[in-house]
Ligand binder design. Structure first.
Ligand code: PLP
Length: 221
């Protein structure tokens, strides 16, 4: 199957309110161009250097989402062009994003990553930490970031019920906090779901899915 035929069959099944982020990490620019020509404009990468390289080589109307674990000292390399940072998982990281956004004279949209899985490899804040941060004065002072939603990753398991429970916990939290608005917060986006679990995520209220292998094929690195 080609990238464009994969995209065509997936897109035809998605509800209208669900935005598809095509996760192109490790894949060549030629694959991204094929998806772009098909009409896909939003791509996700998880490594800063790779995203910068691809940004320079590809059309400028592509929206680049940083979906990976982002180190503070690397924010500066993507701050001028990144369209959404999914993995904001600490106040210190948000402070750095805010600082780099000021330097670039813009506001950077971010999702707070919440840890909904017990797995050690999954990053994110607890619900309590996220709530506390959002309510804090220090947070209110970060005028050049905007929290537009939440992101979470379910456990890597065959157990659909536990995946469903993890997504539901994030979705419930999202609904509770949707009402909360300020100059820095406007929760619109619920980013959850990857190739193996996006159908469950959508059933649980996701409106942004991050799909790699079902579009571009297996990754070997
Ligand atoms: C790699 C990755 C994805 C996509 O994974 P697939 O299983 O290939 O769909 C989604 N989200 C994050 C955070 C990733 O790192």
């Amino acid at each position: 199957m080609s990238v464009s035929s994969n995209l065509a069959s997936i897109s035809s099944t998605l509800p209208k309110n669900v935005l598809l982020v095509a996760v192109s990490k490790t894949k060549p620019v030629s694959d991204i161009l094929e998806a772009y020509q098909f009409g896909q404009k939003v791509f996700g990468e998880n490594k800063v250097q790779e995203m910068v390289d691809k940004y320079h080589q590809l059309p400028k109307d592509i929206q680049w989402h940083m979906i990976g674990n982002l180190q503070r000292n690397k924010v500066k390399y993507i701050a001028s062009f990144v369209s959404l940072i999914h993995g904001a998982d600490s106040f210190k990281l948000l402070q750095e994003i805010n600082k780099q956004a000021i330097i670039n004279n813009r506001v950077i949209d971010c999702l707070v990553q919440i840890k909904i899985s017990e797995e050690d490899t999954k990053h994110g804040m607890s619900f309590f930490e996220a709530k506390t941060m959002i309510a804090s004065e220090e947070f209110q002072s970060l005028k050049n970031i905007k929290i537009v939603g939440l992101m979470g990753m379910a456990s890597f398991t065959e157990d659909k019920n536990s995946i469903r429970q993890e997504f539901k916990s994030l979705s419930d939290f999202f609904i509770d906090f949707k009402e909360l608005t300020s100059s820095q917060i406007s929760l619109q986006v619920l980013s959850m779901g990857m190739s193996s679990d996006y159908k469950i995520a959508i059933e649980q209220g996701s409106n942004m899915i991050r799909l790699g292998s079902v579009i571009f094929g297996k990754r070997f690195i």
